[in-house]
Design a protein around this ligand. Structure first.
Ligand code: F6R
Length: 244
């Protein structure tokens, strides 16, 4: 794993956006799996600005949703697809028809997971995974313990993830669905390039465990040691004791 330290969250966003833009320039129709959550938002804003200035054309990307709550009704404001559309697809000028969803309202969630796997396979696997780091080391909603071969599946959220996700929805844990769909560790670890974005002092201890290894199901992000090419972009607060 390569580590790219960034002084500030803004520097993290510029660095990560440049990496992503380089990849898009090299492969305009890259298959990209995209995290929501707070950490990548500034990166997506920088990319949107580059698209707005005409410096970047992302319109041919093939985008895959990383995870989704299970059982939300149509138009529910907690939909992670809706979040991805607002934060990534729309600002980057990517048509929604280019996106492969993990459907919250799936009648048969297991069949929906198999359909997602087939779509990833048809795309030739992920060229790029843009990931955040959960407070418990999760990637997507691959909660600990998650084996390196864990497939795309229905998961039950851990108490840590319910707590961290509550912050997205006004701080009320009751607003967080308890079940979710997640892209599998198997697909994520096969991505040809992974960018793991990590910001803030609360992530410092879990980032250390992911970076230092050994790979273990108890820290799903630590499996990234086995992935082909991983770049961790982390700000000073996430890396250094005593950082502001
Ligand atoms: C979001 C996701 C999660 C987050 C992680 C970090 O789609 O899959 O794994 O990336 O929980 O979230 P933030 O960035 O809000 O700290």
């Amino acid at each position: 794993m390569d580590l790219l330290p960034a002084k500030t969250p803004a520097a993290l966003a510029e660095t990560a956006a440049s990496r992503i833009a380089d990849l898009i320039a090299a492969r305009p129709d890259a298959a990209v799996v995209v995290a929501t959550g707070n950490t990548p938002l500034a990166t997506y804003r920088v990319l949107g600005e580059r698209v707005g200035r005409g410096d970047l054309d992302a319109s041919r990307l093939r985008v895959f949703q990383l995870d989704e709550y299970l059982g939300l009704g149509h138009g529910d404001d907690r939909s992670l697809y809706g979040w991805m559309a607002r934060a990534f697809l729309h600002p980057l000028g990517i048509p929604e028809r280019n996106a492969v969803r993990l459907p919250s309202g799936a009648v048969d969630p297991d069949a929906a997971c198999r359909a997602y796997d087939a779509a990833v396979r048809d795309a030739g696997g992920f060229d790029l995974a843009i990931l955040g780091l959960g407070p418990n080391g999760h990637l997507g909603f691959n909660e600990p313990p998650s084996d390196r071969a864990a497939p795309t599946r229905v998961v039950t959220l851990s108490p840590e993830s319910v707590a961290s996700n509550a912050a997205y929805w006004g701080g009320d844990p009751a607003r967080v669905p308890r079940q979710a769909l997640t892209a599998g560790m198997d697909l994520l670890l096969a991505a040809r390039h992974t960018l793991l974005l990590v910001s803030g002092a609360p992530k410092r201890a879990i980032l250390r465990r992911a970076l230092d290894g050994p790979p273990t199901a108890d820290v799903p992000a630590s499996w990234l040691h086995l992935a082909p090419k991983v770049t961790v972009v982390a700000d000073r607060a996430a890396l250094t004791d005593g950082a502001p």
